[in-house]
Design a protein around this ligand. Structure first.
Ligand code: ZN
Length: 326
């Protein structure tokens, strides 16, 4: 007997608007800044601490404003071991670039000593495949309709800037239960199939896709340095999130209480394939505690950690952002 299909999301919850952010584990924080700000040319939009582990950084990268849908964040664990890429994980984070920028990026990455595969075709797009120095798997996907100007820094010419998250790939032992949750319970639609890759989308445009890779032979992943920790989906506000929380609880998934992440509010649950999902609100955003012009330039602490600023500033290594002030 097959189980009941999951209930669809309640209409008054509003849809999941796409990817809000992806969070991964890094090794050394300065190397992380050097790669994501210095090579990929993303803006460091927030340097704060891991709210669940205040002695370590939480670094956020994105476009000029840190718009939801452009954000990749890291918990740097200096000296910690690498994880194991495998099933039950988001194994690839892809960013969108303009099609005319493929050659620029292939050359730029190679000039920085990054091993690049491609461009290779996938569905109707061209993909560059590479990894950062911690082994975190990344892609740049050429898309006709890229959004926004990206971050116009000193390191990447404005026409070639990275334009937000394109999609994430989840590696799964079997994809059906995850697919059923996505299309039944979370409001996604099927958006393509190629070999063992099954694409789903919530809404249109970049940042709305998730690819499920069915890899029954692959080992189970272990999340540590070089792995994605979780994938966050966007909702418009707290009211929508409250309805989503009720709905996900009703699906029998173990959903967390709402957590105040200062720049958004979050709930977490694990999808049936083992990947940790978050649902995060668009507001209040990264300009809530520092001016938009100087995002990411100093250590920001939530009010409840501010009394420990002196101690934390002595503990955390100083960071230098390439292209800023040099
Ligand atoms: Zn998150």
């Amino acid at each position: 007997m097959s189980p009941e299909p999951p209930a669809p999301p309640p209409p008054d919850a509003g849809p999941l608007l796409g990817i809000h952010h992806v969070t991964a584990i890094a090794g050394d924080p300065q190397r992380n800044v050097d790669f994501y700000a210095g090579v990929l040319g993303l803006r460091l939009v927030k340097r704060t601490i891991n709210f669940d582990d205040p002695g370590t950084y939480h670094l956020y990268y994105g476009d000029a404003h840190g718009n939801p849908g452009t954000i990749l964040t890291f918990f740097p664990w200096p000296g910690a071991q690498r994880g194991r890429k495998g099933t039950g994980q988001a194994t690839v984070t892809a960013f969108a670039i303009p099609p005319a920028s493929l050659d620029f990026w292939a050359a730029r990455l190679r000039d920085h000593g990054v091993h690049v595969e491609g461009p290779s075709p996938r569905f109707d797009e061209q993909v560059l495949i590479f990894a950062d120095h911690d082994g975190l798997a990344l892609e740049l996907v050429a898309r006709e309709e890229v959004q926004g100007p990206g971050w116009e820094s000193a390191v990447v010419p404005p026409e070639h800037t990275v334009r937000g998250v394109h999609s994430v790939t989840l590696s799964l032992e079997g994809y059906e239960r995850t697919a059923t949750l996505l299309t039944g319970g979370l409001g996604f639609r099927a958006a393509g199939e190629q070999g063992n890759r099954f694409r789903y989308a919530t809404g249109d445009g970049a940042g709305t896709r998730v690819d499920l890779l069915c890899q029954p032979e692959a080992p189970r992943g272990h999340v540590a340095v070089g792995n994605v920790h979780h994938v966050a989906w966007r909702v418009r506000d707290d009211a929508s999130q409250a309805r989503w929380r009720q709905h996900i609880d009703g699906l029998g998934l173990n959903v967390s209480p709402v957590m105040d992440r200062q720049y958004f509010h979050s709930i977490y649950f694990r999808e049936p394939g083992g990947v940790l999902f978050e649902i995060a609100t668009d507001p209040p955003g990264f300009a809530v505690d520092e001016p938009a012009e100087t995002l990411g330039s100093r250590l920001m602490l939530p009010p409840w950690v501010e009394p420990q600023r002196g101690l934390l500033e002595r503990m955390l290594p100083p960071l230098r952002v390439p292209g800023e002030g040099d």
